[in-house]
Write a protein that binds this ligand. Structure first.
Ligand code: SF4
Length: 278
């Protein structure tokens, strides 16, 4: 069959691709002010952009790694975690918790991170946002949500009258998974107690998870974000409102409206609880 057997369908395909490119350009310029290429690069660094499936080393590679001189070498003394540090619940302040775990090696991610990304915001925040894990920008700067997705989060907060400095923002994992791969169960198990203690110390009135991974981890369920969002859940007695990750909105404009509905729900829940508290 000739290459030119279906000129009409080829033209339709070219037209469709042009349309997609124009939509992406509009969405990304609208939200981030970056060029489409720059914004896509930034979005690719954030946690919600689908990452390559985690690649586990083969048994042979693991044996080789375990027997190599570099892996056999002990970590630097400053990064060895002491047995008493294995219980985040014993720390009485955020500063103490931060200081102790910034050298954490409770999981493999401690060996590859550039910076431990503890969290940012007011220690007395009444609203706490929780994402998945640091991306490239966060790993470099040691602060969560600082890239294009972080700028969008700040805008979203402002739209419902929250200031970034008045809330608290953290991730489930405090260290970046290499290549932004998916967090592994053992990493979540190792890191989640630190987040739990952060929540206990901050005592927010309401929590908001950003993205499917954070919602599923916090709620202990396996549902998709479209099923979880739009209502108030419970995390250890604290109301929790799940919504999309800001990076997802940079990729898909159709998630802007449900996100707007979710943050309005979050605001209403906060106002209701703040009223009963005062
Ligand atoms: S991800 Fe969490 S548990 Fe793992 S090394 Fe970093 S701080 Fe420690």
């Amino acid at each position: 069959m000739s290459d030119h057997a279906h000129p009409t369908s080829e033209l339709q395909e070219i037209s469709r691709r042009l349309q997609v490119a124009m939509e992406i350009q509009w969405i990304l310029r609208d939200e981030s002010g970056l060029s489409p290429v720059a914004a896509l690069k930034r979005a690719a660094e954030s946690r919600v952009v689908p990452a390559a499936a985690p690649r586990r080393p083969s048994p042979a590679a693991r044996v080789e790694a375990a027997s190599s001189p570099s892996s056999a070498a002990p970590p630097p003394a400053a990064t060895v975690i002491q047995p008493w540090q294995n219980d985040p619940a014993r720390f009485a302040s955020l500063d103490e918790l931060h200081e102790t775990y910034q050298a954490c090696l409770r999981c493999e991610l401690g060996k590859t991170r550039k910076n431990f990304v503890f969290g940012v915001g007011s220690p007395k925040a009444r609203v706490m946002f929780i994402g998945e894990a640091p991306g490239r920008d966060e790993d470099l700067q040691g602060e969560p949500f600082v890239g294009a997705a972080g700028q969008l989060l700040t805008k979203i907060l402002g739209a419902v009258d929250f200031k970034r400095e008045d809330v608290y923002i953290a991730n489930i994992l405090k260290c970046r998974p290499p290549g932004n791969r998916d967090p592994q169960p053992e990493e979540i198990a190792a890191c989640e107690p630190i987040l739990r203690r952060q929540i206990e110390l901050i005592q927010p009135l309401v929590l908001c998870t950003l993205g499917a991974f954070a919602a599923r981890t916090m709620l202990g369920v396996n549902s998709g974000i479209s099923r979880l969002r739009g209502r108030v859940h419970d995390y250890r007695g604290i109301p929790l409102v799940p919504t999309y990750h800001p990076a997802a909105l940079l990729r898909n404009a159709s998630w802007k409206r449900p996100t707007w509905e979710d943050v309005q729900l979050l605001r209403r829940e906060y106002d209701r609880l703040a009223k009963t508290e005062s």
